[in-house]
Design a protein around this ligand. Structure first.
Ligand SMILES: *[C@@H]1O[C@H](CO)[C@@H](O)[C@H](O)[C@H]1NC(C)=O
Ligand SMILES: *[C@@H]1O[C@H](CO)[C@@H](O)[C@H](O)[C@H]1NC(C)=O
Ligand SMILES: *[C@@H]1O[C@H](CO)[C@@H](O)[C@H](O)[C@H]1NC(C)=O
Length: 265
């Protein structure tokens, strides 16, 4: 089929880089387990034709089993994986959840999140850029380096905060830098999409929180737009064709200098 219609078809996964809160063995194992539950549930069948072992173990007969036919059908049935990546999560082991009477996804995963994925307060996440590099390295090593597109990556600020959004510039600069580091080490990442071009209605934050490079005045009937510092930075980044001796794009070294030069209001 694929040969006939020349499609290039993939699936999008919400991805976090997950770290153990302590270096205790049970927490380190719990972090691996959380990666298997949150990402492996989808990625493992696609790459290996089966669910991760730890899911089979913790769910037992409640997890459907693939027949050989289904396994062969799903295995390798993607051309790329799309990732939405925003932050790292710190977790610790909570094996007591395996004794709960009602065993749902979270009980089976048996961890305690120290940051909660559906909490929109961004401060609960760690947004150190190396989380993205680690995640891409993980896909390289654990999943045979499939073609990856980063479908979403960006930084949240309150909608009415300053147009001089240095935290977003720092975030994008850091994460694009982390992507470059991953590429230099052999990651098969093929594309990067910044979320989002404009402030818009967010799934979890409505109009109160924004990821846009452009501010949108939602009280103005014309929905007037204004570029933030991050729009200037991203535009400058896209226009700069400069490449280092290794062939990769060069990022500015000094963001303070950049913001002084491009944002004199
Ligand atoms: C780079 O790739 C090698 C080989 O896959 C791996 O052993 C190493 O940990 C990677 N380094 C980083 C910084 O990710
Ligand atoms: C900030 O945004 C909210 C809606 O998101 C609005 O109700 C409020 O008036 C705004 N405040 C300012 C100072 O613009
Ligand atoms: C960046 O530029 C600013 C303003 O010119 C300067 O004060 C600062 O020391 C520079 N930082 C670095 C790391 O070079």
């Amino acid at each position: 089929m694929q040969d006939q219609q020349h499609g290039f078809i993939g699936i999008n996964l919400l991805a976090f880089w997950i770290l153990p809160l302590t270096n205790k063995t049970e927490d380190v194992i719990a972090a691996q387990r959380a990666m298997d539950f949150l990402i492996g549930w989808y990625a493992y069948p696609l790459v290996y034709g089966d669910y991760p072992d730890v899911m089979k173990k913790n769910l037992g007969s409640r997890l459907p089993a693939f027949t050989n036919f289904e396994s062969n059908l799903v295995k390798g049935s993607f051309d790329f994986l799309g990732l939405n990546y925003y932050a790292m999560l710190y977790i610790k082991d909570d094996s007591s959840k395996l004794n709960m009477e009602v065993r749902d996804f979270n009980a089976d995963m048996a961890i305690e999140l120290t940051a909660i994925p559906n909490d929109i307060s961004v401060n609960k996440f760690s947004t150190a850029p190396w989380g993205l590099q680690e995640l891409l390295e993980y896909f390289k090593q654990a999943y045979g380096n499939p073609p990856i597109y980063i479908h979403e990556n960006g930084h949240q600020t309150p909608h009415n905060s300053s147009l001089e959004d240095e935290p977003r510039v720092n975030y994008l600069h850091g994460h694009i830098g982390a992507l470059l580091d991953a590429l230099r080490n052999g990651s098969n990442t093929r594309g990067y999409f910044q979320w989002s071009f404009l402030d818009l209605f967010e799934l979890l934050g409505g109009f109160e929180s924004s990821f846009g490079l452009y501010y949108v005045d939602v009280d103005d009937p014309d929905l007037k737009r204004q570029p933030k510092l991050s729009a200037q930075w991203y535009s400058h980044f896209l226009k700069t064709k400069g490449a280092g001796s290794d062939g990769f794009i060069i990022l500015e070294k000094n963001l303070t200098e950049f913001s002084h030069a491009h944002f004199s209001r």
